[in-house]
Design a protein around this ligand. Structure first.
Ligand code: NAP
Ligand code: ZN
Ligand code: ZN
Length: 351
């Protein structure tokens, strides 16, 4: 298979900084689309993966799965997309297409799903490289249409931060009057507030950061609970139908389970790993409460969200950076100093 070299930004080791490097991309096959990347959002998962927090990174790592760009080439079998069209790619670039999950538009739960980075490229037999790069080649089934009325850079975070919070909002049937809480005001958290608000829910933010209170209200939260304030936590007991927990690191879930209403669900989308301290089953049993998990969303659901955002004029609140600023952006992300998503202007890699 013919390949070509492309400029990218990535890291060669868990303790190394990100810097410019060359990667290979396949030439388009009949079902592929080549995209000139214009913007790429910066997800906390990019940082986890670059630093091997989850223990399965393969180097070099080129992160980035919130991609917006322009089609520059299409394979001969492509009918849905045209050269010059603006499109998006999220966290998935392939799956088996045959399992029950794939047949039910749940490609994210396919045992053979291929992540946009750190996945196993079926064509080149090597790991996939993400959107911190000049261009990407993707099977048309994993390319998304974007609403024409929205700011391009602000759309990028919808592809991960947006869909990761939209999917549980939809799965747990959030609607007008639902009581939804969000833990952590970062990339995922701010999209969760906007989307839950647009669905008509009453939205509460749990945050450790009192300085983010006004922002949360401006984003669409109805109230804020400072999670380190025992009195405020006490006052929130038994309130919520759904809690979306976006905190990236191990933390105590028990105080939050107490804030669920009977039949309520706390869904983890942030931290990946064993819980410490353990969950106390007593409040779960006494209130038929659920602690669950959720992974991004399928392709059809991501398209549904992009269309919803177009209709409701929803984009991410972003800070645009150059690719050369990425290491500093990661340090700021670790300090919860993101307002509320970094998006890389990929033109800075091409200069
Ligand atoms: P982010 O922008 O860094 O936001 C995380 C927020 O969590 C922070 O702003 C902070 O909010 C809160 N937080 C609480 N404890 C923290 C701590 N010890 N360190 C840092 N922040 C802490 O991250 P993100 O991009 O939204 O991603 C959140 C997590 O979701 C990451 O672990 C990421 O890997 C994961 N993720 C999962 C999926 C999935 O499919 N399940 C998809 C995308 C991302 P306050 O200041 O308000 O407390
Ligand atoms: Zn992500
Ligand atoms: Zn499958």
């Amino acid at each position: 298979m013919s390949v070509k070299n492309v400029k990218a930004y990535g890291t060669e080791a868990s303790d190394a900084v990100l810097e410019q490097l060359d990667i290979t991309r396949r030439e388009v096959t009949s079902k592929d689309i080549e995209i000139d990347i214009l913007y790429c959002g910066v997800c906390h998962s990019d940082l986890h993966f670059a630093r091997n927090d989850w223990g399965f990174s393969v180097y070099p790592v080129v992160p980035g799965h919130e991609i917006v760009g322009k089609v520059i080439k299409v394979g001969e079998g492509i009918t849905k997309f045209n050269v010059g069209e603006l499109v998006a790619v999220g966290c998935l670039v392939d799956s088996c297409r045959e399992c029950n999950n794939c047949k039910n538009d749940l490609e994210q739960y396919c045992p053979e799903f291929v992540g946009t980075y750190g996945g196993q490229d079926k064509h080149l037999n090597m790991q996939t490289f993400g959107g911190y790069s000049e261009s990407i080649v993707v099977d048309e089934d994993f390319v998304l249409k974007i609403p024409k009325n929205l700011d391009l850079a602000g759309i990028a975070p919808i592809l991960c931060a947006g869909i990761t919070t939209w999917s549980p909002l939809r799965h747990w049937n959030v609607k007008k009057g639902s009581k939804v809480a969000v833990i952590g005001l970062g990339g995922l958290g701010h999209m969760a507030i906007k989307l839950a608000n647009a669905l008509g829910a009453d939205v509460t933010l749990f945050s450790r950061s009192p300085n983010k209170m006004q922002d949360a209200l401006d984003l669409g939260a109805n109230q804020v609970v400072i999670s380190t304030d025992e009195m405020q936590m006490e006052n929130a007991q038994g309130l919520f139908d759904l809690i979306i927990d976006t905190v990236p690191y191990s933390h105590d879930l028990n105080p939050y389970v107490g804030t669920l209403n009977t039949n309520g669900t706390l869904v983890l989308v942030g931290y990946l790993g064993p819980l410490d301290p353990m969950l106390n089953s007593v409040p779960m049993i006494l209130g038929r409460k659920t602690v669950a998990g959720s992974l991004i969303g399928g392709i059809a659901e991501t398209q549904e969200l992009l269309d919803f955002c177009g209709k409701h004029d929803i984009i991410s609140d972003i800070e645009i950076i150059n690719i050369q600023d990425i290491n500093e952006a990661y340090e700021r992300m670790l300090k919860s100093d993101v307002h509320y998503r970094f998006v890389i202007d990929m033109g800075s890699l091409k200069d």
